[in-house]
Write a protein that binds this ligand. Structure first.
Ligand SMILES: *Cc1c(COP(=O)(O)O)cnc(C)c1O
Length: 379
């Protein structure tokens, strides 16, 4: 089955009791048992719920995986992966990471005795020098946030396999429409479902998708034991959102293409980060592993102070100044004070997250209105 068909049908069929075409919201915490232990496959909704199960099967299908687990946020999903580690274990991850992941790794898990190496993945061979007998996991984000670097997933997967390490990929920025890391050798895909998968900025949710049954069982144990699982109402909303994922992504990519080109030619824009530019340092890898280049674009304002950057950020009329991304509406974000405030300045500067950087999540509005808004905000 192709992507759009899976987005609409995978995991879902007419409801067995009523024939309802759309998956019902099973708003129940518990399930009837005929005699103790004799049930219809559901016991308690922290562990399993039919609405959530339909969503998990759909997510697995979209990522070409066998198993899906939905969590109450992207951070909840990330946390479950980290709970597979033990004191003394080491993790290799990127130096250009989602701020919340960086905060979790350094403030929660490092004090429990887990060691993190924040490295430059632009040359995957760079990974080898950080691998030792304690290394367990490689955690990759691509495209990176907010400077849109692309990590060569096949090359990283090869190194992970050679050294028997788990490879987890945060696929939030790409969405499964643009990139399916399991096909490239990853063991776990993580999503902040809040973003493109939900697509309407009305739900916070996360997910993990995998192929290996043992890994699924281990992660399901953590999911059920710790309980960061989403409710049926949110699961329904995301199932509904996913039905248009392929249509929305096409529009995000097309609008992104036009806005990236506009910014590149604008005298007030200095660096423009978008992997679709032929002169982007990782353009060839992006072309190889992604279906298209997406609607996430970052750019710096030429010679702008923090105050001038704030002025531009506050003067949009169609773009909304807000954290998050991936919804139908266009957003503008100032990483230094918003999404990346928890990352120390020295580390931010190293990867180009400077005071004059703005990040756009290009929505699916009419692109003429978005271009007009950028023009007036930059003038
Ligand atoms: C938003 C985001 C997360 C965290 O997800 P939540 O749903 O907000 O908990 C993780 N990684 C990336 C790349 C994100 O954009």
């Amino acid at each position: 089955m192709k992507f759009g068909t899976k987005a609409i049908h995978a995991g879902q069929g007419p409801d067995p009791t009523t024939g309802a075409v759309m998956t019902p919201i099973y708003q129940t915490s518990t399930y009837w048992q005929k005699s103790p232990g004799d049930n219809k496959g559901y016991e308690y909704s922290r562990g399993t719920n039919p609405t959530r199960k339909a969503l998990e099967d759909c997510l697995a299908a979209l990522e070409n995986g066998k198993f899906g687990l939905a969590f109450s946020s992207g951070m909840g999903a990330t946390d479950a992966v980290m709970k597979m580690l033990r004191p003394g274990d080491e993790v290799i991850t990127g130096n250009d990471l989602y701020g919340g992941s960086y905060r979790m790794f350094t403030k929660l898990y490092a004090p429990f005795g887990i060691k993190f190496h924040f490295i430059d993945f632009s040359d995957p061979e760079n990974i080898r020098q950080y691998i030792n007998e304690n290394t367990r996991l490689i955690w990759v984000e691509t495209p990176t946030n907010p400077t849109m670097q692309i990590v060569d997933l096949s090359a990283v997967a090869k190194i992970a396999k050679e050294n028997k390490l788990l490879l987890a990929v945060d696929n939030t920025f790409a969405s499964p429409y643009l990139q399916t890391p399991l096909d490239l050798g990853a063991d776990i895909v993580m999503h902040s479902v809040t973003k493109y998968l939900g697509g309407h900025s009305d739900v916070v949710m996360g997910a993990l998708i995998m192929n290996d049954e043992k890994l699924y069982k281990d992660l399901f144990f953590i999911y059920n034991a710790t309980g960061a699982t989403p409710g049926p109402q949110d699961s329904f909303l995301v199932l509904r959102g996913i039905k248009t994922l392929h249509l929305r992504m096409k529009a995000h990519c097309e609008n992104g293409r036009q806005i990236a080109a506009f910014l590149k030619g604008h005298p007030k824009a200095d660096k423009v980060y978008w992997p679709g530019f032929p002169d982007h340092p990782n353009h060839e890898i992006a072309k190889k592993q992604m279906r298209d280049f997406g609607g996430m674009i970052s750019f710096t304002l030429k010679d702008a102070s923090l105050e001038e950057t704030f002025r531009v950020a506050s003067s949009f009329k169609v773009f909304t100044l807000a954290e998050s991304l991936g919804g139908v509406e266009s957003l503008v974000n100032h990483p230094v004070t918003m999404t990346h405030a928890s990352i120390p300045k020295a580390d931010r500067d190293k990867v180009g997250v400077t005071d004059n950087l703005l990040r756009l999540s290009v929505g699916v509005e009419d692109v003429e209105d978005l271009l007009e808004d950028l023009k007036q905000a930059l003038s």
